[in-house]
Design a protein around this ligand. Structure first.
Ligand SMILES: *Cc1c(COP(=O)(O)O)cnc(C)c1O
Length: 239
């Protein structure tokens, strides 16, 4: 496929995703400016990634190694890490990712805070806490109860890392509506944790909700997503 054809297809897909995001916002009276699209490139050919980089500037990768390699080649793009992070890859992730969506344990948070302090990173790294809202053993993340229980310890790290919100993945389904309860649960948990932070006089409001993928971003936006992570929809038709 020629480069102009690739660009045309991606541009079309991008426009239709943006149109659906705007419609979802309209459904619930939200301002579309409050929803940021993270274009997930983990399965995308490099040619597609470079074509997309002329149309969009916030990308997501789920592996720290591939994120680092691509960030060096396209430093003008903001790269978000959305997949599982092993503790031995923390330094690599901090050096290359603008935002880490997938902080799924207290041990990982502690390691991030320690390495960020050691590297004297300024501004301090931006992270989201991943929540397992579906109870599936295959999904990583804090359970809601683990987060409630660990909240005082997590708040203690809020000076060394900027904890800006929560992230979740709904169960895979052919029916987007089935994902809605997971998204609503994430929003309600955010409200509860932000209230607990305020009660402890810690200014942590958790404004970001990273939720919604190609198959379920409409209910996610309706339930308050501020970051939607979309991959396959953007590259549909490229083979
Ligand atoms: C792959 C991936 C996505 C994007 O999935 P699509 O269905 O291709 O849109 C979003 N979030 C995470 C964590 C992923 O690994």
């Amino acid at each position: 496929m020629s480069a102009p054809d690739i660009t045309r297809i991606i541009q079309h897909n991008l426009q239709s995703v943006h149109a659906e995001i705007r419609q979802a916002c309209r459904n619930v009276g939200r301002d579309p400016a409050g929803v940021q699209l993270v274009a997930v490139t983990k399965y995308a050919d490099w040619e597609w990634v470079t074509a997309l980089s002329r149309l969009h500037t916030v990308f997501g990768e789920n592996r720290p190694q591939q994120l680092a390699e691509r960030q060096l080649l396209l430093p003008q793009v903001q790269w978000h890490l959305i997949g599982q992070l092993q503790r031995n890859k923390v330094r690599l992730a901090l050096e290359h990712a603008a935002v880490i969506h997938s902080v799924d344990s207290l041990r990982l948070l502690e390691r991030l805070a320690a390495v960020a302090a050691e590297l004297r990173l300024q501004p301090t790294p931006t992270i989201l806490l991943q929540v397992n809202t579906t109870g599936e053993a295959s999904k990583s993340g804090f359970t809601a109860d683990e987060l409630r229980h660990s909240w005082p310890e997590i708040l203690a790290h809020s000076a060394t890392v900027q904890i800006t919100g929560l992230m979740t993945m709904a169960a895979a389904t052919d029916h987007p509506e089935e994902a809605r309860p997971a998204f609503r649960a994430l929003r309600e948990l955010r409200d509860e944790l932000a209230a607990a932070a305020a009660a402890a006089s810690v200014p942590l409001t958790l404004p970001e909700l990273s939720m919604g993928m190609s198959g379920d971003f409409v209910p996610a936006v309706e339930e308050g997503a501020t970051l939607v992570r979309i991959g396959s929809r953007l590259f549909a038709g490229l083979g």
